[in-house]
Structures are given as structure tokens and as C-alpha cells.
Design a binder for this molecule. Structure first.
Ligand SMILES: [Zn+2]
Ligand SMILES: [Zn+2]
Length: 278
């Protein structure tokens, strides 16, 4: 399927304040999320995507003081690719000093509301990346904003996908994040009393890998139970604080969602002159 680009004129982009810095090529692309709440209603209404992209541009220009929206392209749930700064132009969203190395592609998901990227977003991110490779001199790297920069961006679900090599949805990827849970240990992990063992350590390590603040000490006490409860609520299952077969499996197979709110994109370093890469 050919890329479905929404040109700047079509989404009502404001003119940039000044000239772009030209880019011959990059090592690849960094993937971003909005860092805020995205109204889940965007999935059913592309007009809301347009409003959101406009508001992001406004925020970047009037809030961050950037000359334009910071992203090269923006991918929406309808598999449309909004033209941001576009091809061969220095983005601003990767953080100061990191923009000439990678183009910046935003997936329209956030840290609240629409958190899980719909297939349309993933396809559109990949459409943008292929376009940048074919026409923009982008190299093969696909990374997250957090690679080399202190931010939660692009959030757990998008980042997990990036780390898996950014597969096309439907390429045998399954529904979850592609990870299969190890066999359930055959006993539930609960507190009180403290449950101890290697199975506890395995679960704690996995929860930590998902971004939860939890000690990997092989002892399931009050702190582990509290993490378990919060995770269960996040996953929409009964929050009994007991790791049974379902909660065990979800720890590996549920798409990731960060517990803590991400660092908003507004916290990004201001756009500034950057030394050319040598
Ligand atoms: Zn970002
Ligand atoms: Zn859309």
C-alpha cells in the first residue's frame, strides 16, 4: 500500500518561522509519542487527528519556541502520514544535538487515553520510515526517543515494538508484544505470608522490565502485592494482589503501559544551533 501523505496545506499547517536546516542523510529514524493524553476518540474521527497535529504544532512553535512542528512526520490511526518538517530537513524533537542523526516520527498515542498504538499507527510509522529511507536518505536505524535522551518517550507499547524490530502488524506478530510467558510456576504468589522462591524473582524481574518499581529479591511481600494490584487494575482484571495464572501470563503477554506519566515533550531541550556531525 502506497504511503498516504497529508501535505502541510491539507492539515492547515502554519508556515515555518524561518528556513530549515538541510539534511542530506541520517542514520535512521527515532519514534516518538505525544507524551500527554490522546483522546481515544481520534480512532473514530480523523478530524480529531488533524486538530491534534495542529495543536502539537502550536505547542512546539508558541510553547517551545521552535520554528515549526518538531517532527518530520506524524502517523495517525488511519494510516495517514502528516507531513511535518518533511524530507531532508532537520527535525527538532529528538533533543538538542540529536536531530541530525535521525529523523523524528510521531505516533499519535500518548501516556493516557489512547496508549496502545492501533495497527494503523504502526503501519503509518513504517510508511513514513520507508518514505524517509527511499526519498530522504534515512539509514536503517529505528530507535526510540529515549535512546540516548532522558525521556519516557515513545512510551512502553511503542518502544517495545521498536525494540522488536518494528514489525508490520500482521507479520506473525500476534496480539501481545510478541513475548510468551514462561510456564506458570504451579503455585500462586501471594502475601501474607511472604512467598519466596525463584518463581517470585522471575515475576519481579519481568515486572521491573515492564517499568514497575519493584525489588527483584525473590520475596513476594507487601510491596510486590501492591505492584501486582496496580498492574491488575491497569489490565482490567480483578485486583486481588495474587499472581495466579492470568496475572502471570499478562506480565509477559499484555502490551506494556508505563505506570508513571512520561516526561512531556514540552520538557525537551529547546531547539538550538547544533554542531554538524563530522
Ligand atoms: Zn519524543
Ligand atoms: Zn487520522
Amino acid at each position: 500500500m502506497a504511503i498516504d501523505i497529508v501535505p502541510r496545506r491539507a492539515w492547515g499547517a502554519r508556515a515555518p518561522r524561518g528556513g530549515y536546516t538541510q539534511l542530506d542523510s541520517t542514520r535512521g529514524v527515532k519514534v516518538h509519542y505525544t507524551g500527554g493524553r490522546v483522546d481515544p476518540g481520534v480512532v473514530g474521527d480523523h478530524d480529531l487527528c488533524v486538530s491534534l497535529v495542529q495543536s502539537i504544532q502550536r505547542h512546539h512553535m508558541d510553547g517551545n519556541g521552535w520554528m515549526d512542528i518538531g517532527y518530520s512526520f506524524v502517523a495517525c490511526p488511519h494510516r495517514k502520514v502528516f507531513e511535518g518538517r518533511g524530507l531532508h530537513r532537520l527535525p527538532a524533537a529528538n533533543g538538542s544535538g540529536l536531530n541530525s542523526g535521525h529523523y523524528a516520527v510521531l505516533g499519535l498515542v500518548g501516556n493516557a487515553g489512547l496508549v496502545q498504538p492501533p495497527d494503523g499507527v504502526l503501519h503509518a510509522v513504517l510508511d513514513a520510515i520507508e518514505h524517509l529511507r527511499e526519498r530522504g536518505g534515512a539509514g536503517r536505524e529505528i530507535k526510540g526517543h529515549r535512546d540516548g535522551y532522558s525521556t519516557d518517550c515513545p512510551g512502553e507499547p511503542l518502544y517495545a515494538w521498536v525494540r522488536r524490530g518494528a514489525p508490520r502488524p500482521g507479520d506473525g506478530d500476534g496480539d501481545g508484544d510478541g513475548t510468551e510467558a514462561p510456564p506458570f510456576p504451579g503455585r500462586v504468589l501471594r502475601y501474607p505470608p511472604v512467598t519466596r522462591g525463584e518463581d517470585v524473582r522471575t515475576w519481579q524481574r519481568q515486572m521491573r522490565a515492564r517499568g514497575w518499581e519493584i525489588a527483584v529479591d525473590g520475596a513476594y511481600g507487601g510491596a510486590s502485592r501492591d505492584v501486582c494490584r496496580r498492574f491488575q487494575r491497569q489490565q482490567g482484571v480483578e485486583d486481588d494482589g495474587v499472581v495466579g495464572p492470568v496475572t502471570w501470563r499478562l506480565a509477559w503477554e499484555a502490551p506494556g503501559t508505563p505506570e508513571a506519566a512520561g516526561t512531556p515533550e514540552a520538557a525537551d531541550a529547546p531547539e538550538g544551533p547544533e554542531a554538524p556531525l563530522t
